[in-house]
Design a protein around this ligand. Structure first.
Ligand code: V4E
Length: 195
């Protein structure tokens, strides 16, 4: 199964409309620590390495379209430490963190998110609240394979429209963190066409 997902900013009244008839599933805390190489070579290739609640995850872009094509947020994800090390060209073996440190990687964004998860069939809706005062909704749909992704994207956008959500460009949580706390890094991402 592939998860097709799209993020939305929540303006006044949006959350109530989005969650009308939705069933609350659970609330979780996500502790994400994002890392990048000293030359920012991961993020400048729209590649994102994080430790989430103790496990490692790498997100790499599926399509190579520019940021103006960002209709849906689709990434390939790895969660095996050795597979991640191979993908980012990290030498050696063993646990990732000491190898990253040796290679000059450092933390670029520490994020704490409270995520509330709901089901409003056939969609799953995440409401994310960050510790630094940012809020996002994510609408997700599971599809069997890539041939259904376009149809799923249309369904998500249509559903969002019926909830009167604005499909304005949305900064993901990391991008918002960099905008507030590392503006020079954000400028580099803009110059590279990642944002
Ligand atoms: C993909 C990405 C980043 C990594 C974080 O991904 P995101 O989907 O925001 O995290 P989260 O916590 O919702 O993941 P989930 O729990 O669903 O696995 S950081 C930046 N990006 C891409 C990106 C971009 N290139 N440009 C803009 C404006 N926003 C985001």
């Amino acid at each position: 199964m592939i998860e097709v997902e799209k993020k939305f900013r929540l303006l006044s009244g949006d959350e109530d409309r989005l969650l009308q008839g939705a069933v609350f599933i659970k609330e979780i805390e996500l502790r994400d620590t994002y890392y990048d190489a000293a030359d920012r070579s991961l993020s400048l290739h729209d590649t994102w390495l994080r430790e989430r609640n103790g496990g490692w995850e790498l997100k790499m872009p599926l399509n190579t379209a520019g940021s103006d094509q960002r209709v849906i947020d689709q990434y390939r994800e790895l969660d095996d430490e050795q597979a991640i090390a191979t993908a980012i060209g990290l030498p050696g073996t063993g646990p990732l963190l000491p190898r990253l440190t040796t290679a000059g990687y450092s933390v670029i964004a520490p994020l704490v998110t409270i995520r509330r998860k709901y089901r409003r069939d056939p969609f799953v809706i995440d409401i994310d609240r960050l510790d630094f005062g940012y809020e996002l909704a994510e609408i997700e749909l599971l599809v069997a394979d890539e041939s259904h992704m376009e149809e799923a994207t249309k369904k998500i956008l249509h559903f969002a429209e019926t909830c009167q959500l604005k499909t304005i460009p949305v900064r993901g949580k990391v991008i918002e963190y960099l905008a507030r706390f590392s503006p020079t890094h954000l400028d580099q991402l803009r110059a590279a066409g990642v944002v």
